[in-house]
Design a protein around this ligand. Structure first.
Ligand SMILES: [Zn+2]
Ligand SMILES: [Zn+2]
Length: 337
């Protein structure tokens, strides 16, 4: 009984730190595995949790550590651990099984299919992420991730438990239909997950996150800080994860303007220290709007229109806020008479 408890606790500990496979290799003494992709990945995976630890230790050292910056994201992480992870795996397996036979082409694990696969994956990610911001129902699932008013690696763990399954259904379906082979898909998911966590690196470790010339070609932590901002200039931009091609194609790319400091968070009034508000707040507000809306049509529109849409016509969508903010900017840019 006690041994079971320790085995389970050890399993939880190593799976958070992603140390299990690396530990197995060291314990077995068989380092041949390092010649395989799996072997190398087992040593790459713990980088993010250790970077998170380093970020916290550094903040403590410089006396800038505030527990509230990490508390809610960690609480959410624990809450999601069981529910979200298992539903996500089930959703991915279901989509692969169901849609494989409808694939338009067949790919294999080669470098050129990897390039193709990544462009498709990034497109699928763009679609999921764009809808997460533009359809109010999906925003209810995604807003927990945008609630923190500070940027650090723990933010990448802050997601509503149904967001993973929702994201994976869309991404896996598009990728499977585009012919991505499961091993290729899983490899891309691994790179995407690692990079997706890294772009939440705290300002305390990486002050200027533009990464030099890379800022032009890939989606850097600087771009993702912009994505997490509530400044009108930055709202609803940078939906990509690693390659920013689709943001370029769809005109949603926004680089960090050093004269406009990023203000993290969401536009509604929120108590970022309150788990219930961060996790369920948007759902409560949506339910209230649906209840008060006149007629079934308006009720449905609240669910599917972008956040900020109103049946009274007094919309406060990101698009309108951006446009309103841009007008005075444009006026300022006019040459002085
Ligand atoms: Zn987002
Ligand atoms: Zn993020």
């Amino acid at each position: 009984m006690i041994q079971d408890f320790f085995t389970a606790a050890w399993h939880e500990f190593t799976s958070f730190w992603q140390l299990g496979e690396a530990y197995d290799i060291i314990a077995s003494g068989n380092y041949d595995k390092l010649r395989t992709l799996d072997g190398v990945l087992s040593f790459v995976k713990p980088i993010i949790p250790f970077l998170l630890l380093f970020e916290i230790l550094r903040a403590v050292f410089y006396k800038r550590f505030r527990i509230e910056d990490y508390k809610v994201p960690f609480f959410i992480f624990v809450f999601n651990r069981v529910l979200g992870a298992y539903i996500s795996i089930a959703a991915v397996s279901f989509c692969i099984g169901f849609f494989s036979e409808y694939a338009v082409i067949k790919t294999r694990f080669t470098w050129y299919w990897l390039i193709y696969g990544y462009i498709v994956w990034e497109f699928a990610h763009f679609i999921y992420h764009y809808l997460a911001h533009k359809v109010r129902l999906f925003w209810c699932l995604h807003s927990s991730h945008h609630a923190p008013q500070n940027m650090n690696l723990s933010v990448s763990y802050a997601h509503f438990f149904l967001e993973g399954p929702y994201a994976n259904v869309i991404r896996t379906t598009i990728c499977v239909l585009a012919g991505l082979d499961p091993p290729l898909l899983f490899f891309i998911m691994f790179i995407d997950g690692t990079w997706g966590t890294f772009i939440h690196i705290g300002d305390n470790i990486m002050k200027d996150a533009r990464m030099g010339v890379l800022n032009r070609y890939i989606l850097t932590p600087s771009h993702h800080r912009v994505h997490h901002a509530k400044n009108p200039l930055y709202m609803d931009t940078n939906f990509c994860n690693l390659l920013n091609i689709w943001d370029k194609v769809f005109g949603t790319l926004q680089t960090e303007d050093r004269t406009v400091p990023v203000e993290y968070g969401i536009t509604r009034k929120i108590n970022p220290k309150n788990f219930w508000d961060v996790y369920f707040g948007e759902i409560v507000f949506l339910a209230r709007d649906v209840k008060n809306a006149p007629g079934i049509r308006n009720k449905l529109l609240y669910v599917f229109m972008p956040p900020g849409w109103s049946h009274t016509g007094e919309h406060k969508t990101a698009r309108l806020i951006r446009r309103e903010a841009r007008d005075p900017l444009q006026r300022n840019e006019l040459p002085a008479q």
